[in-house]
Design a protein around this ligand. Structure first.
Ligand code: KG4
Ligand code: ZN
Length: 359
């Protein structure tokens, strides 16, 4: 039994074919990074245009790599939301047309549920069945959410960011310090070269729900230190480097980044990781969860992964491999399997929902 998954919620056009298990048979991701990098963030109009260009060849490649034909498919799964409406529309309209033309059922998937299922699928492939109830931390460029995952994949929202998402904070700090877009991977690579305790970041104190996050204060703290310590040395050299080399190597970055800036990056990452894990730990304790699932683009952060294994979080912790932590369509098809077995199909009036929630 094969499912085709289609994902286009942000700046990646992706398609994947999965077999029962679920098991990835093929997965194709066309990234728009180079288009958006020069603007320092995702430009929605450009994103939908790029999706339009990429959707047909990306789906064709996924089908071809899986040696699958449309009659071999049991259904087509597509991201319904949340995301950029113009981007979502491209994947959704294409999935609907395919389903209609080939008389296949359509399955609507929440992007955040996809991120969670990427981890469930990989753990299963490694021989681990993640015990439920679990806590899921989904941290990406657009979201920082804590959910409980209950049997039959029902979700309750435990906490969320009140301002910036964790990935967004990485992207804003990187932009401010001249490291380009996206910021997460660069800061992650440079953080081990700095002192994580050089700059003291204070914990955000939360009124109300203590499982909520706040990252905008950390970004402001970086800006304050940047100005107070006059860390502008190297800034124009980094901007010049980015102009000539779209993706500089660690050594190229190190050549134009003074020690104090590396310390600031290391301290920022240390503070983000501490904040994410502190709330995740609290969530595990308050729900007596049997497992912690960490997912979304920020889950590929090496500092976060190392800290999560070192720190006693009260239960086993599961991360996706880097390829399945950032946006992809395998996770969308993976989340569709339980829905397929429940015959939970969408009809053709399905609409893109930019602000779709999971719980
Ligand atoms: O899940 P994703 O691909 O797209 C969204 O749904 O947003 O996540 C992208 C985000 C970006 O903000 C990027 O800077 C961040 O994930 N990211 C990282 C790392 N790799 C990607 N953040 C921290 N460390 C990383 N290694
Ligand atoms: Zn995502």
């Amino acid at each position: 039994m094969l499912l085709l998954g289609i994902e286009s919620s942000c700046d990646e056009t992706a398609a994947a074919v999965l077999a029962e298990g679920p098991r990835v048979v093929s997965s194709v991701v066309a990234s728009q990074l180079d288009t958006h990098a020069k603007y320092g963030g995702v430009v929605p109009e450009l994103a939908s245009r790029e999706h339009l260009r990429a959707i047909v060849p990306v789906v064709a490649e996924a089908m071809e790599k899986a040696s699958a034909r449309y009659p071999d498919l049991a259904a087509i799964a597509v991201t319904e939301g949340p995301g950029l409406v113009g981007s979502l529309l491209v994947g959704l309209t294409f999935a609907k047309s395919l389903a209609m033309a080939h008389r296949l059922p359509l399955i609507a998937v929440n992007h955040l549920e996809g991120h969670i299922h990427a981890v469930v699928m990989e753990a299963r492939a490694d021989g681990f069945e993640i015990e439920l109830p679990a806590v899921a931390l989904v941290a990406s460029g657009g979201h920082t959410h804590l959910f409980t995952v209950e049997p039959e994949y029902r979700y309750t929202l435990l906490g969320r960011t009140r301002d910036d998402a964790a990935g967004e904070a990485y992207d804003k700090v990187a932009k401010l310090l001249g490291f380009g877009y996206p910021g997460g991977p660069v800061i992650d690579q440079l953080a081990p070269h700095g002192n994580p305790t050089a700059f003291p970041f204070t914990f955000a104190k939360m009124k109300g729900n203590t499982l909520d996050f706040s990252f905008s204060g950390m970004k402001t703290a970086v800006l304050r230190w940047f100005e107070a310590r006059d860390l502008s040395a190297g800034l124009s050299a980094r901007r010049a480097l980015l102009k000539h080399t779209p993706r500089p190597s660690v050594d190229e970055w190190l050549a134009v980044t003074p020690r104090e800036t590396l310390d600031l990056l290391a301290s920022f990452q240390h503070a983000v990781v501490r904040e994410l894990l502190r709330r995740a730990h609290q969530a595990v304790e308050s729900t007596a969860a049997r497992a912690l699932i960490v997912s979304g683009g920020v889950a590929s952060n090496r500092g976060l992964r190392a800290a999560a294994t070192e720190r006693a979080l009260g239960c086993p912790v599961f991360f996706p491999t880097p390829a399945l932590s950032t946006d992809n369509a395998a996770m969308i098809a993976a989340a569709a399997f339980p829905k397929f077995h429940r015959r939970d199909f969408a009809d053709f009036s399905l609409k893109a929902q930019a602000g779709l929630t999971l719980a």
